[in-house]
Ligand binder design. Structure first.
Ligand SMILES: Nc1nc2c(ncn2[C@@H]2O[C@H](COP(=O)(O)OP(=O)(O)OP(=O)(O)O)[C@@H](O)[C@H]2O)c(=O)[nH]1
Ligand SMILES: [Mg+2]
Ligand SMILES: [Zn+2]
Length: 287
């Protein structure tokens, strides 16, 4: 059932660090509005988890994208548009920090040439070694989708990624009767047109639900200190207890087990570079 609802004024005040008081996936308590078909939301239940982004307007505020999730799909493309490895790693770190399992899905396989396929194989090997599931699909040619669809049943899944990677096309594949808006990526920039403008949840007839979201330009890491970052790289987490210093940041300390593992090829160099990049980008709140 669908109802129009509005939020009772006082709830809004409780949530000043977030730009939105309520998010897709929230469970709420409602009351009927007198003499109207609409409802009033009077209480938002505690969230099991949520995904948030730094507000583009104010870095001290966050925008909650969705809540009560079982998993998060990063839809990526290696062509039209290109998703960078840095962006993928930033997304994975975010998911680790929010304790939400992440799945990496490369779409538009039908337009990949030998170069993109070689990059895909390299990324697949790298991310699977860390423990992430990696899929290659073509929504257009309906390839590789059956196995992915199985993972959605009885779960609440967030679908994220840059504009133009095919998030809404994926929802249309799952729900052929919906026919929600999709739009070609711009010919000259190869970038998406930001067609979807707000997150929306769709219920699968088999059980479970899928959330379409607007395309992400960039992804700010929310409320994270430099010291925590390494924990959100699962392959680094395994090595860090062997570092000489227990406060090792794995940047240039002596006796660093993480850097030793990079040299031995146990940790992918490209992942370590992402770590260093992200580490430099975090401003610590403590100082
Ligand atoms: N070649 C090819 N094109 C695809 C595939 N999947 C989607 N597209 C096209 O990519 C374009 C963008 O798809 P959308 O589904 O609108 O992308 P989106 O991720 O929802 O984009 P935003 O809503 O802007 O974030 C459309 O023209 C789709 O037809 C695919 O597997 N192969
Ligand atoms: Mg869309
Ligand atoms: Zn170290």
């Amino acid at each position: 059932m669908f109802y129009q609802a509005r939020i009772k004024g006082v709830i809004k005040l409780d949530n000043i660090t977030s730009t939105n008081p309520i998010a897709v996936g929230d469970w709420v308590e409602c009351e009927a509005e007198p003499d109207q078909p609409t409802l009033m939301i009077v209480h938002i239940n505690d969230r099991d988890n949520y995904v948030a982004r730094q507000s583009p307007h104010n870095k001290h505020q966050q925008h909650i994208i969705a809540s009560n999730l079982d998993q998060s799909i990063l839809l990526a493309t290696l062509k039209s548009p290109k998703t960078s490895q840095g962006f993928i790693d930033r997304f994975l770190v975010s998911c680790e920090a929010f304790h939400i399992p992440a799945i990496i899905v490369f779409n538009k396989a039908d337009i990949y040439g030998a170069t993109e396929m070689a990059i895909y194989e390299m990324l697949k090997e790298m991310y699977e070694a860390v423990g992430y599931k990696v899929f290659l699909i073509s929504i257009e040619k309906q390839q590789g989708l059956a196995e992915l669809k199985k993972l959605l049943i009885n779960n609440t899944t967030l679908v994220s990624g840059h504009s133009g990677v095919g998030k809404s096309s994926f929802i249309n594949f799952l729900f052929p009767n919906l026919d929600i808006n999709t739009q070609e990526v711009s010919g000259w920039s190869g970038k998406g047109m930001h067609t979807t403008t707000f997150a929306q949840m769709y219920d699968l007839p088999e059980g479970g639900s899928v959330i379409d979201t607007p395309g992400m330009r960039e992804l700010g890491l929310v409320n994270m200190d430099k010291e925590e970052l390494a924990q959100y790289f699962p392959e680094m987490r395994k090595q860090m207890q062997d570092c000489q210093f227990n406060n090792c940041q794995h940047i240039n300390e002596p006796g660093c087990a993480v850097k030793a593992a990079v040299e031995k090829g146990i940790i992918a160099e490209a992942r370590f570079y992402s770590y260093v990049d992200l580490w430099h980008g975090i401003e610590n709140h403590k100082y």
